[in-house]
Each structure stands twice: as C-alpha cells, then as structure tokens.
Design a protein around this ligand. Structure first.
Ligand SMILES: Nc1ncnc2c1ncn2[C@@H]1O[C@H](COP(=O)(O)OP(=O)(O)OP(=O)(O)O)[C@@H](O)[C@H]1O
Ligand SMILES: [Mg+2]
Length: 264
C-alpha cells in the first residue's frame, strides 16, 4: 500500500515543484514512485517529460471521473520506477466549473484509490491557490510536506496555513511530515535567526535539513536531467538527497518489507 504525500504551501514560488521533482528522483532509485502534477502551470510535467501536451493528463482524467467513464489510468512511464500523471493548463477551468466543485473531495478519492496499490509513494505537486483541486487532494492524502522561505516566513502565516488545512474535511488525521526552508542561506545571521525562532515555535514540525540556492536546480531543469546526475560538486543536490532521507525517516508507517522495490 502506498504513501500519498502532497507538497503544499499557499505561498507561491517557495519550491513546491522543485521539491516534488527532486524527492521523486531520489526516492525512485529505491521505490516505485508516481508524481501527479496538479498545477495548471504544469512546470513539473514540462521538466520531466519535455512538453506539456499530453493527450491523457490530470484534466482529462478528472473529467472522465465526473462523467463516470474512467477506465484504467495509465501514467506516463519516465522509467521503471518513476511515473507521472501530467498536468494541463485547463486545470484552471476546474476551479470555476460547478460540476467539478460539486464532486468535491470525491474527485481525488476516485483518482487515487485504484493507483495506491501500484506505487510505494505518490507525490502531488499542488498549485498555490487553496481551491477545489488543493482541498480535494489534501482530503485524500496521508501526509503533507511544506516548503517555506526564511525571507517570508512568519509563524502567524504558518498557523494560518495549518488552520486552513485542518478545515479540509477528511476521514483520517492529516500527518504533517514537516516544514523546511528552501533557498536558505546558512551564512546569514538573519536566516539563522529565523530558523531558530521557527524551531522554538514549531518544535518537531521543523525539519532539520535546509536547501540552499544552487544554479544546478535550473541547469538540471533546463536540460531535463536529474539534479543528481552531475559529476562535479553539487551541494544543492546533496541537500535534496539529505532532505529525501529525513522525510523518508518520518514516513513511519512505511513498512519496508511491504514495498514493491527494496531499499538498495
Ligand atoms: N534551491 C533552489 N535553488 C535554486 N533555484 C531554486 C531553488 N528552489 C527553487 N528554485 C527556483 O525558484 C523558482 C520557484 O521554484 P518552484 O517552481 O519549485 O516553486 P513553486 O512553489 O512550485 O512555485 P509556484 O507557486 O509557482 O508553483 C523556480 O524557478 C525554481 O527553479
Ligand atoms: Mg509549482
């Protein structure tokens, strides 16, 4: 049985897509991973597949769900261990479409239920807007991971985010895997101070690992290659690898003996 994780923050540009991408690339070395691109910008789809015109994508699949004609979902296979359900710009239409809105949480329930048996981990790259798509996905995932920027971090904003999340109707408790700082500059006193404050306020919710800014992030995206494929020194890649290990350590209910692909 797989673990489902939404990567979300209602702030834009904090690294949701970059995190989804790099955790998926790291975990797919050992586990069978599906990523679902829920963002109309489809940046994740473009980076991983090289284009954004997939005939079968999240929009067409969700449309089939509401018209009760969903057959077997066949994600795009990027490798044996990494698959994607591509995003589409038409996802913006969903937020104003009354049929979709009335389907509410059932949308992602119907999408995820049959997929869970095929993957160890399912990651959802969420859009910023806290609308139908985000609520429906949050309602149906096991856990949430929250990237944040030290520059714009406030505990008040974070509490507000948790309040929003807790108001989404769910059958089971939402497990917050943690919050971590992306684009973090550990050599600046200001960022260190913010991290210390956040640690006091958030306790265990704050992940230890931070992610520095690194040009390798855009180099990798631009050339559609993995951040882990560089031979030269790649500190931001190391940060993401360590983050993937720390987050994995928090997936306490992942029983390794039940996984489809063994840890190497
Ligand atoms: N650690 C990093 N080092 C360098 N560049 C980064 C890093 N993290 C993110 N970026 C860059 O910052 C930009 C925003 O990142 P990203 O798209 O992952 O954020 P997002 O939260 O998904 O944004 P949106 O709210 O638009 O979906 C991108 O251009 C990405 O390449
Ligand atoms: Mg994004």
């Amino acid at each position: 049985m797989s673990r489902t994780i939404a990567i979300y923050n209602f702030k834009g540009g904090v690294g949701k897509t970059t995190t989804t991408l790099n955790l998926a690339l790291s975990w797919s070395r050992s586990f069978k991973v599906l990523v679902i691109d829920c963002d109309p910008q489809a940046n994740l789809t473009h980076t991983l597949t090289g284009h954004i015109n997939h005939k079968s994508n999240l929009y067409t699949i969700l449309k089939d769900i509401i018209h009760n004609r969903l057959g077997k979902v066949e994600p795009v296979e990027l490798s044996g261990y990494l698959h994607i359900i591509p995003g589409d710009y038409k996802m913006t239409n969903l937020e104003e479409n009354s049929e979709f809105i009335s389907f509410g949480n059932g949308l992602f329930y119907k999408l995820l239920s049959p997929l869970k048996q095929n993957y160890d981990l399912i990651l959802l790259d969420c859009p910023t807007h806290f609308g139908t798509v985000v609520k429906s996905s949050i309602a149906n995932v096991k856990s949430i991971l929250i990237p944040a920027l030290a520059d714009s971090f406030s505990t008040l904003g974070f509490r507000k985010l948790l309040t929003y999340l807790s108001e989404v109707e769910r059958d089971a408790r939402l497990n917050v895997l943690g919050i971590f700082f992306n684009l973090y500059r550990k050599n600046t006193r200001h960022h260190r101070m913010i991290k210390d404050e956040a640690a006091k306020e958030l306790g265990e919710l704050l992940l230890n690992q931070t992610i520095r800014q690194g040009i390798k992030v855009s180099e990798a995206n631009w050339s559609h290659r993995s951040i882990y494929s560089f031979e030269e020194k790649n500190e931001v890649g190391d940060d993401f690898m360590k983050l993937s290990e720390e987050v994995l350590g928090r997936l306490d209910a992942v029983h390794l003996d039940q996984l489809m692909y063994k840890v190497v």
